[in-house]
Write a protein that binds this ligand. Structure first.
Ligand code: F6R
Length: 242
């Protein structure tokens, strides 16, 4: 695992955006795996800035998001569809036909998950996957006690995750209790992984992910076995490891 400790959140975001922009410049038809949440907001801003300098285009890029809340419609302001439109897609020249996010309102969820997995495979797999990490060690919404061999599936969210994500909702009752998420196996099949973490509340989980045992109790620990992971942390999140 390559580890970069950035001076602050802005530098973390910029470093990650530079890496993704390089991926697109070198391979204009890249397949990108994308994440949502608080951490990558600065990253998307920096990526849009680089795009606006005219150095590359998203015309041939395909994207697959990690997850979507179960039951939330695309137009719902808390949905990850909405987040992605606001933070990235409406600012760039991507063909929306090439954008893939699980449909949290699909009638047949099992079929939705199967079809999503199939689409990733048909696209040739993910070249670069962006990840955040939950304070409980989840990646995507693969919560502790995950099955490492799982592919895209419906997951029940942990109380800790519901609590952490309630900051984006007006009350904790509004946070969906489940989500569709790529599985660990799907994530591990990506060629390159870029994991971002910022803030002191992530320091402990980052330390355990790097130095602790590989265990389903800390889903992100499996990344120790991936051949091409770059972890970019700010000083606070990088405070607890040597
Ligand atoms: C988001 C996702 C989650 C988040 C994680 C951290 O698509 O899959 O794993 O990356 O919950 O969220 P933040 O960045 O809000 O701390």
């Amino acid at each position: 695992m390559r580890i970069i400790v950035a001076e602050d959140y802005k530098e973390m975001s910029k470093t990650a955006a530079d890496m993704m922009a390089s991926q697109i410049i070198l391979k204009p038809d890249s397949v990108l795996g994308l994440a949502t949440g608080g951490t990558p907001m600065g990253f998307y801003k920096e990526l849009v800035n680089l795009y606006k300098q005219g150095k590359f285009s998203f015309k041939e890029v395909k994207t697959f998001n990690l997850d979507e809340y179960y039951g939330l419609d695309k137009r719902n302001l808390q949905s990850y569809h909405y987040y992605m439109m606001e933070n990235l897609f409406k600012h760039i020249d991507i063909d929306l036909e090439n954008v893939n996010i699980p449909d949290g309102t699909a009638k047949d969820i099992d079929e939705e998950c199967r079809a999503y997995e199939d689409k990733i495979r048909k696209a040739g797999g993910i070249h670069m996957q962006l990840l955040g990490i939950g304070i409980n060690g989840h990646i995507g919404f693969n919560e502790p006690d995950v099955k490492f061999e799982a592919i895209t599936h419906l997951v029940n969210l942990d109380e800790e995750t519901i609590e952490a994500n309630s900051r984006f909702f007006s009350s904790i009752e509004e946070v969906p209790r489940s989500a569709i998420s790529m599985g660990i196996k799907t994530i591990m099949h990506s060629k390159k992984i870029l994991l971002l973490a910022a803030g002191s509340e992530k320091a402990q989980v980052i330390e355990r992910m790097i130095n602790g045992p590989i265990t389903p109790e800390l889903p992100a620990s499996i990344l120790q076995l991936h051949p091409d992971v770059t972890l970019i942390v700010d000083k606070e999140a990088g405070d607890k490891f040597d």
